[in-house]
Write a protein that binds this ligand. Structure first.
Ligand code: SAM
Length: 302
């Protein structure tokens, strides 16, 4: 049974993780009743759940959202903020030759945009199935002209890269909302960046946590405390987590960035543009015109 207060789901496919979990157990859905709850989940449990959930749901996610994301666009979130216009990583004409790490890259759409500008992206993700979609898109687009994107399966809390390997790092809703201790991700990204490197990441705007994850008017009334950091967990009847999402307040996120060794140079809250009539889970034109849906943190290391 899904509890009444369901906080804002992070940029996820709208279908229920609970159904996926039931399928994974190879049982009829009616014989298996997983629950959504709020409880502590550490990094190990969160990573295990994320890997399983994204492996199970990657196909449907890409089917549902692939057209909006584009094969080679760099979209920061459901509002449609496009790096081509936002320039949060710096001027596009200065990306050439830069080593860029994409964190929780999914099908590596952002990395493909970066590669087209002459950057040298490495796209990593915890989900093998998401990376298979990256390969699928590469194969479809390339036909003899490979994108040059290196794909790596890894967990954002323990990066398999040497210190000072990258000039830039970026993440559009990848990994950060799904880990219990995001400061570990900040420290790892700081470690693999070169001095002066920029780290830009987007997450669900923390304000959303206090509202139900609904695109309509029911998503406009506060249903829980913004200050309650207890993770949102979907779990099976043995208590095994199938999906975990972590909440941090805006102040927590700033402190994570600073504790990771970065300076925060901008916090972008994209406004919902008139051209975008598309709903994405709980993100919608209605809510987008009233409350923020995405927060983009622009950070630099000395
Ligand atoms: C919402 S998707 C974002 C990817 C892409 N930017 C997009 O818009 O589709 C979140 C991604 O984060 C990945 N992820 C979740 N936890 C992770 C972790 N601990 N380490 C690395 N990737 C993780 C998931 O596998 C998924 O591909």
């Amino acid at each position: 049974m899904v509890q009444e207060h369901k906080p804002s789901g992070a940029f996820r496919a709208p279908e229920s993780a609970l159904e996926a979990l039931a399928e994974a157990r190879d049982e009829a859905p009616e014989a298996f009743e997983p629950t959504a709850t709020r409880r502590i989940a550490d990094d190990t449990e969160s990573s295990r759940a994320s890997r399983g959930w994204w492996d199970s749901n990657a196909d449907e996610y890409q089917e549902e959202h692939g057209a909006f994301l584009g094969d080679d666009r760099f979209i920061w979130g459901p509002e449609g903020l496009d790096e081509a216009e936002a320039g949060l990583l710096g001027p596009a004409d200065q990306l050439k030759g830069r080593d860029v790490l994409e964190v929780g890259a999914g099908a590596a759409q952002c990395s493909r945009w970066l590669a087209a500008r002459g950057a040298r992206p490495v796209a990593f993700d915890i989900s093998h199935r998401q990376l298979r979609h990256a390969q699928r898109i590469d194969a479809k687009a390339a036909a003899g002209s490979p994108s040059g994107i290196a794909l790596v399966q890894a967990d954002a809390t323990a990066l398999p890269f040497r210190d000072g390997s990258f000039d830039l790092a970026c993440s559009a809703y990848g990994a950060v909302p799904f880990v219990a201790e995001p400061v570990r991700v900040m420290r790892e990204v700081h470690r693999v960046l070169r001095p002066g490197g920029r780290w830009v990441f987007s997450v669900t705007h923390p304000v959303r946590w206090a509202f139900p994850d609904e695109p309509g008017p029911e998503g406009l009334s506060i249903s829980g405390s913004y200050f309650d950091r207890t993770p949102y967990v979907e779990q099976d009847d043995a208590g095994r987590a199938a999906y975990v999402e972590h909440h941090r307040t805006l102040g927590d996120r700033v402190r994570d960035v600073v504790a990771g060794g970065f300076r925060l140079i901008d916090l972008v809250e994209p406004e919902w543009p008139a051209w975008n009539r598309q709903e994405w889970g709980g993100w919608s034109p209605l809510r987008g015109g009233l409350i923020p849906g995405t927060a983009v943190f622009v950070c630099e290391r000395d």
